[in-house]
Design a protein around this ligand. Structure first.
Ligand SMILES: *Cc1c(COP(=O)(O)O)cnc(C)c1O
Length: 288
């Protein structure tokens, strides 16, 4: 039997409301909230934005999984409920430029700041300059970096973008097949969100021991299962900042059983059936 299908894995507005109320009481409110659209399904941005507004916290959407996702029938990246959205063009993402990414915003001042930081903090714009510029002139206004997408990467990215819709349609068709095929297995399946870009197909097994056994059995057969992600607050960097295991119990509970099944446009239905059969067998063997 399927355990449940209610597994959005995104930031929970109710839990966020509690955290923000606590932070306000101790005067530790963050300046910015970074909201990930996990696996490509949009987080509930309207609710999150209402909370952020109440506490005057800015929002950055980490839309790395959500190129082509929509929310309330508008494309993620339009920033209706956020200040900035960021996308990744890393090779594993829905579309790739080989590396790099883009940031989108509706705020002219933020767009200007982003352009400045992208190119060493340097401007050649006469209007922005403190003094009249010679023909070769520029001014440095900030300590920026080289965050520019190269022409070669951009060419690959543009060609990939033309395939965005067909990539997502294929991913959704495969997600629907998983959804049907896993209905009778003891796993949690993701909500079959038709607006998601379906960057990842994430399931949850009943507990950590089964997850490990299934992971190892499937990898041994050459099936590229994975685990997304180890909760960030349990990493040494964040532990050193004072975070502790137990701080985000729902993320930890999800992680304990989490398993990512192969999902990419070139996956054939036959290959997918092999994955499903291997998963079923591994669960049965472990449960006996
Ligand atoms: C891939 C990814 C990133 C990092 O993207 P880069 O292009 O490697 O900087 C950040 N957040 C999420 C959720 C991602 O999936």
């Amino acid at each position: 039997m399927s355990i449940s299908t209610r597994t959005p894995r995104n930031l929970c507005p109710q839990q966020l409301a509690k955290k923000l109320a606590q932070a306000a009481a101790t005067q530790t409110l963050p300046k910015v909230l970074v909201v990930v659209h996990m696996a490509g399904a949009s987080a509930p941005m309207a609710e999150i934005a209402a909370l952020a507004k109440r506490y005057q916290v800015a929002i950055i959407e980490d839309a790395s999984h959500a190129m082509g996702t929509s929310y309330q029938e508008a494309s993620v990246g339009g920033c209706q409920y956020s200040d900035i959205s960021v996308f990744s063009f890393h090779p594993v993402k829905v579309v790739t430029a080989g590396e790099a990414g883009v940031a989108t915003t509706q705020h002219a001042t933020l767009a200007k700041a982003l352009r400045l930081l992208r190119s060493h903090g340097i401007t050649r714009d006469a209007e922005d300059s403190h003094a009249a510029l010679p023909p070769w002139g520029y001014e440095q206004h900030a300590l920026g970096m080289n965050y520019r997408l190269s022409d070669i990467h951009a060419a690959l990215g543009r060609s990939q973008l033309t395939q965005l819709r067909s990539f997502i349609a294929r991913r959704f068709a495969l997600a629907e097949r998983y959804h049907q095929a896993l209905a009778d297995l003891p796993v949690k399946r993701p909500i079959l969100d038709p607006e998601s870009a379906w960057h990842l197909y994430l399931i949850e097994l009943e507990h950590a021991d089964i997850r490990r056994a299934v992971f190892e059995a499937m990898r041994a057969q050459g099936i590229g299962v994975n685990v997304h992600y180890i909760p960030v607050h349990t990493q040494p960097y964040y532990q050193a900042q004072g975070f502790q295991p137990g701080d985000f119990p729902l993320a930890e509970q999800y992680y304990a059983g989490a398993l990512t099944l192969p999902l990419y446009p070139d996956l054939t239905e036959q290959q997918q059936d092999t994955v499903i059969a291997a998963l079923q067998k591994a669960i049965e063997e472990r449960s006996q």
